[in-house]
Design a protein around this ligand. Structure first.
Ligand code: G
Ligand code: G
Ligand code: MN
Ligand code: NA
Length: 250
């Protein structure tokens, strides 16, 4: 397929870019760090969104070299940030289940000099479906490296609770579908409260994704959600934009 060939060329030629979206700590009232999100400025198609090419990359196995590049690049860029800021990197299911992930991560950390506690890996529940035992083994080996682990898109799978009990995630990222309903009256408040209460009891942080409205932020704060992310604060921005942000903050 044409798109597959283009992906191979982009891998060979360094044709990807990372954008960054702020993760904000409501309780401490400060920036926690940024989530790295890949972008593909395509020579003829313009900016291709990861929603369009990550599935193909997963299917073809090209996610492995792409994922290695993302890790290395995210660590390299974060190394230059103030050292109380972390970077979150999405790890796709095939990448997670491939052998040697812990080694790849250690190499990225060593090569860039980023300390492990500044790197957060985001995984989705779908990795558990493939093989629970193997997933737990990999998660523990990553924990041994010293990186933090977040469960992404929480609530979209079908048996999330059993995974929460099986592994001590550092953070649970509540899917934006729950946040969207927050501005209206209804059960969304109760769902957010239940997730934050449960996560807290299990010693995990909670982050709400897709926060777009001030009303949503206020409700999340009230319901005890510690971290937020969303267009209300900022869209994903290029690395140069992150540096401008630091200049403004200084
Ligand atoms: O960045 P959004 O704006 O378009 O991302 C769309 C989807 O692509 C999200 O589900 C996001 O998790 C995924 N995604 C973005 N960047 C990466 C990446 O570097 N690796 C993987 N595996 N997924 C990514
Ligand atoms: O699947 P994951 O949560 O890793 O991907 C994050 C996705 O959510 C990216 O595509 C990012 O651009 C998108 N996103 C981030 N903030 C918002 C928001 O406030 N509203 C919406 N609709 N999407 C968002
Ligand atoms: Mn994510
Ligand atoms: Na998510």
């Amino acid at each position: 397929r044409e798109m597959e060939l283009d992906l191979r060329l982009a891998i060979r030629d360094g044709g990807f870019e990372l954008y960054f979206q702020p993760l904000y700590d409501l309780r401490a009232d400060r920036l926690q760090g940024f989530e790295a999100l890949i972008r593909w400025p395509h020579p003829t198609k313009g900016m291709v969104s990861p929603g369009e090419f990550i599935p193909l990359a997963e299917e073809t196995g090209l996610i492995l070299p792409i994922g290695e590049w993302v890790l290395r690049e995210a660590c390299r860029i974060a190394r230059a940030w103030p050292d109380n800021l972390s970077v979150a990197v999405n790890i796709s299911p095939k990448q997670f289940l491939a052998p040697g992930l812990a080694t790849t991560i250690m190499q990225a950390l060593t090569a860039t000099g980023l300390s492990p506690e500044r790197l957060e890996l985001e995984i989705t529940e779908s990795v558990f479906i493939a093989n629970v035992e193997k997933t737990l083994g990999t998660l523990h080996s990553l924990r041994d490296v010293g990186v933090r682990i977040a469960l992404d898109d929480f609530g979209t799978g079908y048996s999330s609770l059993s995974y929460l009990r099986s592994f001590p995630f550092d953070k649970v990222k509540i899917d934006r579908s729950f946040v969207q309903d927050l501005a209206q009256e209804g059960n969304a408040h109760a769902v957010i409260r239940a997730i934050t209460t449960l996560a807290e009891a299990l010693g995990m942080d909670t982050l709400a994704e897709g926060v777009e409205l001030p009303e949503q932020l206020e409700i999340l704060r009230r319901e005890g959600c510690q971290y937020i992310q969303g267009y209300l604060l900022s869209e994903p921005i290029p690395s140069a934009g992150v540096n401008e942000l630091f200049d403004e903050m200084a």
